[in-house]
Design a protein around this ligand. Structure first.
Ligand code: NG6
Ligand code: CA
Length: 510
């Protein structure tokens, strides 16, 4: 089915028009296709990195990457939360076109249909090895969810990946186990795992009933089963030998990512690497604990920076950095207290995760989706600062272009080839981008203008108090003169409101 969709489309030569390479260079590239690594950080803000202006924390490895690559200032995740942003990246389809793409529970069935041609399928088709390591959060198993005690199927291995090492959902959701190639790692068959999101299973203590057992206390929700001294969302029991230790997660997944790169150094590979940092619970390894001076939220930023450094070092030591396209970005904007009393707020010390922007994770305002985005590909992209409008929805078609894989009509329907922009060359090939908040309220950015459609959903997120950007009347901001979205000028510019609302409507009806 997938092969039928991919083959027989636009036969003939597809020119590599993405970057204006010299002919010889282009030929070289044809024979040496780039390795591609996509590092997806979790909840990292545009103000969290020193290369984006942070002064209270230093992120030397990511700064180095930015200095060697194309650093974007107007790049967006498609959504202000994890599941929909990841769905969009891997399918090239706006998540609001499909039901059930909101924040997934830890026992959700896989939300990408196995007949969908994913980004990994396209790499596979081009002859690449394909691996996914780290945070998945797109569900596993059939509609009833995964059977943790047997083969977990379908999984990313049914979506074009030939290797997987997964944190199934988020680190604050049960089950707190890794899945490798469809099986829970280190599971004792005599101690089967049970997971339930509605009612307690087994007799393991919960944060609600046994707060005295906690090393981190919840501030909102997160009061179910206690694993490693931290109460989570959802109940679990069993699988004791398989439980992760939060302090080691960065080491474990970084090593898995490094192993994957080393193993595949001689063939082109695509590695999709989702870090758990800097999502809650923020539990730094002792190498980083207390090192940022900004509390655990800062410490896990240092840990994340270390992870990126490890990947860079691995590429250098193998001599493959030159022709490896490495992207570093985030799935959504930052949040300070996201449900645990980890003193993130008290210890900010003037650090501004949102930069100058309004809102944050969950929000239709800029800090919800405007994220750090850095691309390094020494063979093909000169270091540059890129101010062009860019959305992660376009990564899919841009990669397909590099791979010379034509995309049929139903493949990555919302993704467009923006390779020149990605490589820092032009800045004019996206007319507008669309963002989505927690409540599926959509916003569109076109030129200087940002329009947020009216919504009757709540103005504030119920746990964090984050401004969601939902207003019953249209909102229009001039991002050029008012990047902080302080003044709604919709009434003054009815023509622009009308134009942007019409584009959104057209997109919705596609
Ligand atoms: C919210 C959780 C939050 C986080 C988020 C998903 C509560 C009170 N809040 O519902 O802690 O897990 O879901 O984050 O439970 S995301 O980055 O994976 O989208
Ligand atoms: Ca996230």
């Amino acid at each position: 089915m997938k092969d039928q969709l991919l083959s027989g489309l636009l036969p003939g030569i597809i020119l590599f028009t993405g970057c204006s390479l010299q002919k010889k260079e282009a030929e070289n590239l044809q024979t040496s296709r780039p390795n591609v690594i996509y590092i997806y950080a979790d909840d990292l803000g545009i103000g969290d990195l020193s290369c984006y202006g942070a002064t209270k924390i230093s992120t030397p490895n990511i700064d180095k990457l930015a200095g060697q690559g194309v650093q974007f200032t107007n790049a967006y995740a498609s959504s202000a939360t994890s599941t929909p942003s990841r769905f969009c990246l891997l399918t090239g389809k706006y998540p609001w076109r499909q039901e059930n793409t909101g924040i997934a529970r830890g026992n959700a069935g896989m939300i990408i249909d196995t007949t969908c041609v994913t980004m990994a399928d396209v790499f596979k088709r081009a002859g690449y090895s394909t691996g996914v390591v780290g945070k998945w959060h797109l569900g596993l198993g059939g509609p009833q969810g995964p059977d943790w005690n047997h083969e977990i199927s379908p999984s990313p291995m049914d979506l074009g990946f030939d290797y997987e090492f997964l944190i199934p959902a988020t680190v604050d959701r049960v089950p707190c186990v890794y899945v490798e190639n469809k099986h829970v790692v280190n599971l004792d068959p005599n101690d089967p795992i049970q997971v339930n999101y509605d009612k307690k299973v087994g007799n393991w203590p919960t944060g609600k009933d046994n707060p005295e057992l906690l090393k981190v206390h919840p501030s909102q929700g997160h009061e179910n089963t206690i694993i490693n001294g931290i109460s989570r969302i959802g109940y679990m029991t069993g699988g004791k030998s398989a439980l992760w230790t939060d302090e080691d997660i960065a080491d474990v997944i970084t090593n898995k990512a490094k192993d994957y790169i080393i193993k595949n150094k001689n063939n082109p590979f695509f590695l999709y690497f989702g870090t758990q940092d800097i999502h809650v619970p923020r539990v730094p390894n002792k190498r980083f604990a207390g090192k940022s001076g900004l509390g655990v939220r800062g410490d896990v930023i240092l840990q994340l920076d270390w992870t990126v450094g490890q990947i860079m070092q691995t590429l250098d030591s193998l001599g493959i950095a030159q022709n490896t396209l490495l992207i570093f970005t985030s799935d959504n904007g930052p949040v300070i207290d996201d449900g645990y009393k980890d003193q993130a707020f008290e210890k900010l010390n003037g650090h501004t995760p949102m930069g100058i922007y309004r809102g944050g994770k969950y929000s239709a305002y800029e800090a919800g989706t405007r994220v750090p985005f850095i691309l390094r590909w020494p063979a093909c992209a000169k270091p540059a600062k890129q101010q062009a409008l860019f959305s992660q929805v376009d990564v899919f078609a841009s990669f397909a272009h590099i791979l010379k894989q034509p995309l049929g009509k139903n493949i990555a329907p919302d993704s467009r080839n923006c390779l020149p922009t990605m490589l820092g060359k032009h800045n004019d090939n996206r007319d507008y981008i669309i963002e989505q908040n927690l409540n599926n309220t959509l916003a569109i950015v076109k030129g200087n203008w940002k329009y947020i459609e009216p919504s009757s959903a709540s103005r504030l997120e119920k746990y964090t108090g984050m401004e969601l950007g939902n207003e019953k009347t249209p909102q229009l901001y001039n991002l050029d003169s008012d990047p902080c979205e302080k003044e709604n000028v919709a009434q003054r510019h009815p023509g622009i409101v009308k134009e942007l609302a019409a584009i959104l409507l057209r997109e919705k009806n596609k």
